[in-house]
Each structure stands twice: as structure tokens, then as C-alpha cells.
Design a protein around this ligand. Structure first.
Ligand code: DGY
Length: 323
């Protein structure tokens, strides 16, 4: 008998076909509506494998009803939506999709940096509103990107890919991470900086550290107060890393120049969220990895991980593999 897999969102038919070869597949039929918790609770009871997205909270309460479950394949590199310790305690493998989204997410991070620095969204809105009556010397002036100083918080794959883009823009790049990366420093001509120094010295600060209880609120009022008044903060990791109330105050009072945000503490962010009232915020709906190719690759990778695990093999991207 084939194992049973539940897929929490409508996904590409080729990926479903791949899963179908190895399992009986049930799938939540909506593309843009998340699976309701009660449906997931019901479905997970008789699932051997779960294919899920970062929008699903996979906690211990849910797993308590998942007696047959042996693998959770998350279609994301980040897996803070899953209680990995609870999964491990129940002998459930957890997998993610690293690598395939690195360049796409670095592209988006750099695009946000530029959009916030040069006020692209604000300028486009200005034009569409009909406010453009003449060219004038200081109209919609922003911050230079070329030759500026970039500080990267969290030098993983995406951080390194961002550093390569910054190099082409003549930027000086420093980074902060819990452990120093001497090889990357040499390869990419990066300098290591303690976090406070990085915040004080950078024209652009990009957050690329993974979200965990340790990084929750990493950038708060004190950290924002250290930044230059001309600095731009970019977050394409997870919203909870930045204290949003503190960020609002810093942007409103021009303690910092602008922010580019692809992620929010609560997603979808409420349309009346104070940050969205500010012209110096470029806000996106968590689209860092959203290119057609990359999202398909992520889906295939999650499916491959799931199938390998169901067949008793070692999934390539097993995040809670015992030492
Ligand atoms: C991830 O993979 O963790 C991103 O946030 C979405 O691609």
C-alpha cells in the first residue's frame, strides 16, 4: 500500500504527479487561501507525510494527532513555522529547501535596497497621483547606492550572494554573524564587524539571519538609534527579527532614512499597520524567493525530500537529522 501524503496548498501539477508516483496524495485545493487549522488537524491524522508551506504552524498540539506521520517537508528554507523539537521527539523528520532560492532572494534583497534608497515606490505613486508638475533640483532625492557601505547581519548563503551583488556596485561590505567566516572574508573581501559597529557605520543594513527565539527582536529601539540618519534597513528574513513599533518610530522621526521590508511579524500584514502609512517604507508581501523557476525548484525539492524520507532513505535536506 502506498503511503498517504497531505499537501497543504494547491501546487504545480508536475510536483503533484511526482508525489503521486510514490504516495496517495490529498491536497488542499486552494492556491491563495491557507488550509484551515481544523482541516489540517483532520488530514494529518492519517498522513504519513506532510508537504507544507511557511504559512502553516506545525506545533506539538497538531503533531499529537499525527500518529502515522514520519516526515514534514517544508517548502521554504526557513522552518520557524515548525516546532522541530516536538517533531524530533516524535521521531518525525523535518526537511527544508536550502540553496535553490539563494540567488533569487539576494536579487530581491538588492532590489528592495535600491527601491528604498532611491524612493522608487514613492516616486511612482507621485507620478500616478498627478503630482509631477515640473522637474526640480531636490525633488524625490534619495541615497546613493554605488560606493556606499553595506552591513549584512547573518552571513549565510543569501548574505554571501548579496555581498557579490554589492561588490559590483563598488560597495564596501561588512558583516556580523555569530561565528566569523574567514574564508568568506577572504573570498568576498568582507570585513567582520561587531553588531553595534556595523549599525553605526553602515549606509545600508540588510537582515539575513534566520529567525529563532535568539534573533526575535534583534533589531530594537537601541539598535535603530545607533544607525545613521541616512541609513536604510532592509529585512528579507522574518518579520519578528525587527521590533516593528520601534522601527515605525525611527522612520517617522527620521532617526533612519528608510526601510525595505519583505516580511512582517504577522503575515499578511494588516493594511492599517502603522508602517504602511509611511512614505519611506517599501513594503512587499514576502516575495523574496518568488520567481517562477525558483518556486518550482523549491516545490520539487520539497517533494524529493518527502519521497526519500517515505521510502526510508536519507532526505538530502533533513534539518533534524540526529548527530
Ligand atoms: C523561505 O524559504 O524561508 C522564504 O522566506 C520563502 O521563500
Amino acid at each position: 500500500m502506498k503511503p498517504h501524503v497531505y499537501v497543504t496548498r494547491k501546487i504545480d501539477s508536475d510536483i503533484v504527479a511526482k508525489l503521486n508516483e510514490a504516495a496517495e496524495v490529498s491536497m488542499w485545493p486552494e492556491e491563495d487561501v491557507p488550509v484551515p487549522r481544523e482541516v489540517l488537524e483532520r488530514e494529518i491524522r492519517h498522513a504519513d507525510g506532510l508537504f507544507c508551506l511557511l504559512t502553516e504552524k506545525i506545533d506539538d498540539t497538531l503533531l499529537a494527532g499525527a500518529e502515522r506521520l514520519s516526515v514534514i517537508a517544508n517548502m521554504a528554507v526557513g522552518y520557524n513555522n515548525i516546532d522541530v523539537a516536538a517533531a524530533s521527539a516524535r521521531g518525525i523528520k523535518v526537511t527544508n529547501t536550502p540553496g535553490v532560492l539563494t540567488e533569487t532572494t539576494a536579487d530581491l534583497t538588492f532590489a528592495l535596497l535600491m527601491a528604498a534608497a532611491r524612493r522608487l515606490v514613492e516616486a511612482s505613486d507621485y507620478l500616478r497621483r498627478g503630482d509631477w508638475v515640473t522637474w526640480s533640483p531636490m525633488q524625490l532625492t534619495g541615497q546613493d547606492v554605488y560606493g556606499a557601505r553595506l552591513g549584512i547581519i547573518g552571513l549565510g548563503r543569501i548574505g554571501e550572494a548579496l555581498a557579490r551583488r554589492a561588490d559590483a556596485f563598488g560597495m564596501q561590505v561588512s558583516y556580523y554573524s555569530r561565528t566569523r567566516k574567514p574564508h568568506a572574508e577572504e573570498r568576498l573581501s568582507l570585513t567582520y564587524a561587531e553588531m553595534d559597529d556595523l549599525l553605526r557605520e553602515s549606509d545600508f543594513v540588510c537582515i539575513l539571519v534566520p529567525y529563532s527565539p535568539d534573533t526575535h527582536g534583534l533589531i530594537g529601539r537601541r539598535e535603530l538609534s545607533l544607525m545613521k540618519s541616512t541609513a536604510v534597513l532592509v529585512n528579507t528574513s522574518r518579520g519578528g527579527i525587527v521590533d516593528e513599533a520601534a522601527l515605525y518610530d525611527a522612520l517617522k522621526s527620521k532617526t533612519i532614512w528608510a526601510a525595505g521590508l519583505d516580511v512582517f511579524e504577522r503575515e499578511p500584514v494588516a493594511t492599517d499597520h502603522p508602517l504602511l502609512t509611511l512614505p519611506n517604507v517599501v513594503a512587499l508581501p514576502h516575495i523574496g524567493s518568488a520567481s517562477v523557476k525558483t518556486r518550482l525548484r523549491m516545490g520539487h525539492m520539497a517533494a524529493d525530500n518527502l519521497i526519500q524520507a517515505l521510502q526510508g532513505g536519507t532526505p538530502p535536506n533533513w534539518v533534524n537529522r540526529p548527530e
